[in-house]
Write a protein of this length. Structure first.
Length: 253
């Protein structure tokens, strides 16, 4: 993934996450103590506030034996995923996911909601796990396609989770990948990493690569936030400029 890393280094010098990262949340929510709200309010921008939030919630996980209220606050309130309801089925799924993290192999059922579940993991252990959502993986797969696999298929892609972003929905990355590797698709070659292993391979890549881009003292979420930020502007602009589709019509006269 050398070429992907070089491209990410290039983007990291162009994009100041203190200015561009714009994911906001309610810092006065009842989940926070007065001291925690004050600490969050002292941060100057959403980037710094989200980093502070990582460590606030990580500490809450360590000090609270009952963790469901944290889990569902992350998914429903911070993540804005209202469809993942707090019910017994989902509580059990979260508990299975937490156990599967230690085995480094996910069930297909857990991967089906990886956008939600990975958010929890990223707050439990911010230096080990990152968020695996549609915007982040959209960016990642585009970079693999255009940097590593431009001339031939060399690197497998990460399976795309479902997402609510209109651009990602309208320009489906699975379709782009399959068309770009139509010969391999016809030959039924595996273009994507297995869903059981994908999350862990992604976390390992991010942990290793973050240090080469942002320095030895950097944290994995810095690179994850860069990938998230790139999706709507830089990656979409590249896609518009580089994707060309030719249709061939055959008429029987």
């Amino acid at each position: 993934m050398k070429k992907v890393i070089e491209k990410l280094k290039e983007f990291s010098t162009q994009i100041d996450l203190n200015e561009r990262f714009d994911y906001k949340f309610n810092i006065s929510d009842k989940i926070f103590s007065t001291i925690e709200t004050k600490s969050l309010s002292n941060k100057k921008n959403p980037f710094d506030q989200n980093i502070e939030l990582k460590w606030i919630l990580s500490e809450k996980y360590k000090t609270n034996s009952e963790q469901s209220f944290i889990d569902f606050w992350i998914i429903n309130n911070w993540g804005g995923i209202r469809g993942f309801k707090q019910n017994q089925h989902n509580i059990e799924k979260i508990n299975r996911f937490k156990k599967q993290l230690s085995n480094k192999k996910l069930s297909l059922d857990c991967f089906s909601t990886i956008s939600s579940l990975s958010k929890i993991a990223s707050f439990i252990e911010p230096e080990k796990y990152v968020i695996y959502d549609s915007r982040v993986i959209y960016t990642m797969n585009w970079l693999i396609l255009t940097c590593e696999n431009e001339n031939s298929f060399k690197e497998k892609y990460f399976p795309m989770p479902s997402g609510r972003n209109k651009i990602i929905a309208d320009f489906d990355m699975n379709t782009i990948v399959n068309i770009s590797h139509i010969s391999e698709y016809v030959e039924k070659k595996e273009l994507f990493i297995s869903q059981q292993r994908a999350y862990f391979e992604f976390c390992d890549f991010i942990k290793t690569t973050t240090k080469s881009i942002y320095g030895e003292n950097s944290k994995p979420y810095e690179l994850e936030m860069l990938l998230f930020t790139l999706a709507d502007k830089e990656i979409f602009n590249e896609l518009k400029n580089r994707i060309h589709i030719t249709t061939r019509k055959k008429f029987n006269l």
